[in-house]
Design a protein around this ligand. Structure first.
Ligand SMILES: NC(=O)c1ccc[n+]([C@@H]2O[C@H](COP(=O)([O-])OP(=O)(O)OC[C@H]3O[C@@H](n4cnc5c(N)ncnc54)[C@H](OP(=O)(O)O)[C@@H]3O)[C@@H](O)[C@H]2O)c1
Length: 335
């Protein structure tokens, strides 16, 4: 099969487009003919060896796919050949055939396109689980979203709005803020505003945001601390700025603020202790909700770029250069 092989921690420019043997099918797993796989900031880190989890070399990267079931292991009864599915993978998504554990594969409704479905497991899953499982977002609260036009940013705007929150979006250009508004943001703020925290306070009657979704970190985190409301919560999602913020505990104390770590991978079996079986029911319930929202057109999976597998470098470059919005896709079979 055609695949992208990572043979060393050399970044995406070191990936090779190769003919590889199809992977073996272990017990408890299914084989998927991959239609689409996503390319994210996280995958840039994985292939550079900078992600918290390093697959054994050589390996085929790619952790979020949609496609058709080719076969299921004898002990798997929920899936049969031809089923339309989306899945989270340990790795292996950038190949014509991929293996997934049955706990992290979900049926895709007939009227949801596989192109859209590819972004549900990790992209929408991250946003939903962060906002609801960890962030405790409720109707009427103010949600501040950094990196709002990015992969996890757009879904967070949509899901925040659906939860009844007032949503403030932060991004780098007016064009990206327009897109943010089209995905549910009530207000848009440039992260280059001279006093971003002050602007957030002005927009919230001086209180600040009840919940902050921060996939960027770096200097923005200082602004975040200044404009989080008393008793507010900050979700630490990632560090797209490249800088991991240090947190002054005195400000947390004075304002009764919670800083909440969020790692979706924990629920998917990516931590040193594999917890995917423990969280499988909760994950399935969430995916049912997300696919229903997609079916009803209440969420709008968005991808600025889609490239064939052999043109993978353009896909990674679109993410690296920050010119993409939403989630970048690779079309695998047929691509
Ligand atoms: N914790 C979890 O479970 C989890 C799950 C998924 C992703 N993540 C993390 O969340 C972060 C964002 O992921 P993503 O997939 O949404 O990435 P993405 O699509 O590349 O979006 C990142 C956004 O961050 C903004 N940004 C601000 N400063 C930046 C900088 N200096 N360099 C790059 N981007 C910058 C960019 O928007 P502007 O250009 O408009 O500023 C960009 O749209 C990553 O760190 C990723 O690892 C974490």
């Amino acid at each position: 099969m055609k695949a992208l092989m990572c043979e060393g921690w050399n970044g995406y420019k070191g990936l090779k487009f190769v003919d590889a043997p199809p992977p073996a099918l272990p017990a408890g797993c299914v084989r998927i003919a991959v239609a689409y796989a996503t390319v994210s900031f996280g995958q840039l880190l994985v292939v550079a060896g900078k992600y918290q989890r390093k697959p054994p070399l050589p390996f085929i990267p790619g952790t979020e796919v949609s496609g058709l079931i080719l076969e299921a292991a004898p002990d798997v009864s929920d899936f049969k050949p031809g089923d339309r599915v989306a899945a989270s993978l340990d790795w292996g998504g950038y190949g014509e055939q991929a293996i997934a554990t049955a706990e992290t594969v979900w049926h895709v409704p007939d009227d949801v396109q596989l192109r859209d479905a590819a972004t549900i497991p990790l992209t929408y899953g991250t946003s939903y689980a962060a906002l609801h499982w960890r962030g405790g977002l409720t109707s009427g609260q103010t949600l501040l979203v950094h990196g709002a036009a990015g992969g996890v940013g757009l879904p967070t705007l949509e899901l925040g709005k659906l939860a009844g929150a007032r949503v403030l979006a932060v991004a780098s250009t007016n064009e990206r803020l327009e897109l943010a508004r089209a995905h549910g943001a009530d207000e848009g703020l440039l992260h280059t505003e001279p006093d971003l925290a002050q602007r957030v306070k002005e927009l919230t009657g001086g209180r600040g945001a009840d919940l902050v979704f921060d996939p960027v970190g770096g200097a923005l985190f200082d602004e975040t601390l200044r404009c989080t409301a008393p008793l507010g919560r900050i979700l630490v999602i990632g560090f797209a700025s490249g800088t991991i913020p240090q947190i002054p505990a005195n400000i947390l104390l004075v304002k009764n603020i919670e800083v909440i770590g969020f790692n979706f991978g924990l629920y998917l079996g990516w931590s040193p202790v594999d917890e995917r079986k423990r969280h499988a029911t909760k994950l399935r319930t969430m995916m049912d909700t997300l696919f229903k929202l997609a079916l009803e057109g209440r969420i709008k999976p968005t991808s600025s770029d889609c490239y064939p597998l052999r043109d993978f470098a353009s896909a990674f470059e679109a993410v690296e250069s920050r010119r993409s919005f939403g989630r970048v896709l690779i079309e695998v079979n047929g691509g």
